[in-house]
Design a protein around this ligand. Sequence first.
Ligand SMILES: O=C(O)[C@@H](CO)OP(=O)(O)O
Ligand SMILES: [Mg+2]
Length: 430
Amino acid sequence: MSVIAAVVARQLWDSRGRPTVEAEVTLASGAVGRAIAPAGASRGAHEAVDLRDDGALFGGFGVSRAVAGVAAEIAPALVGRDIGDQAAIDRALVALDGTADKSRLGANAVVAVSMAVLHAAAADVGEPLWRYLTGGRKVRVPLPEIQIFGGGAHAGRRTDIQDFMVMCPKAGSFRRALEITSDVYRTAGRLMEARGPLSGVADEGGWWPDFVSNEDALDVLTQAIETSGHRPAEDVWISLDVAANELGDASGYELALDELRLSGAEMAERVIGWANRYPILSIEDPAGQDDFATMAAVTAAIGGRVQIIGDDVLVTNAARVAAAAAAGACNAALIKVNQVGTVTEAKAALDAAATLGWGTIVSARSGESEDVTIAHLAVGWDAGQLKVGSFTRSERMAKWNEVLRIEEAMGGEAVFAGASCFAAAVAAGL
Ligand SMILES: O=C(O)[C@@H](CO)OP(=O)(O)O
Ligand SMILES: [Mg+2]
């Protein structure tokens, strides 16, 4: 394999109009790999730390430091290295940064370079990234989790629950899952229009929510599934990201829309109640990032039939996956490369979760770009599931459309992960 000849970075803009980092890795062979760092809004305290200035009107100063660090330190450390050894390159990035949370060089600089290295390695052997990652293994096309309403930190906290999504485990193909979800999405928009003014879309493209309670949103989503001509709990299921880290911690949670202040035990009761009353197959972060007890209470009660995903709880960190498993805190892991900072560390978290028999979901952030790396990771790593946001925003569509291209490229070999990708779906007999 070829060696790295140059690493450059530049400042681009993300889907929220905030500056971000793009890295470009050129090899001696002439092959090039490029990647853009995404950015979260609901972030866990245990995540790797970007160099950003989110509060500033023009927040470019942190990002320009991240860009400058690539030129001054990362490029000299990587030039001349063998592109085929991603793990060694990622180890070098971690050592060069020297902090536990990548805050010196910035996780946004580190993740952009790490993913650009991966792209360059695939380009060097002339393979699409997803195929390069399979190493010849059979992989599945992921089950998509697609947002219908966006709330929480992505929509001025109009609902407490952050993501109201749907899953179609029995769709048979990725293409069909998108068709069904499109019916539900557009029907939900019509229902909201009929109730009053329709106020556009949230950060990830889901409808901007206009509801009187969190359960009102769940009612309208269930109605949208029915009215679209598909069957709730047969063809289409609800998946929620409560993002409860934004609502409180073990000392108490606030559901502002419902005018409720709940203890951890009451929060668990509430979430379990939703799962009992609505066609829910998956729930992410029903408790705060360090409230393993509430996560475990939910998992013990309904984890046999509902996927309980850790996001802020796990932050794509293999050690936290192990700690959560010991506490019985979840049965699935969200995988966001920028939460941990390098491709190799993200893969280690995914492997740790998969070894436990957990579901694994490669996920976008709420601040995204045209970068489609995660579509390739979801397929090439055989994650089984992919969470990208909604329809109607091109930074999301770029990823969904890329999976459609990959599914087409697989031809007759394409296997849709459907219900096979997590135990709860299997238990539900899907
Ligand atoms: O919480 C999440 O799962 C993500 C995507 O919905 O949001 P953010 O990128 O803001 O952390
Ligand atoms: Mg989340």
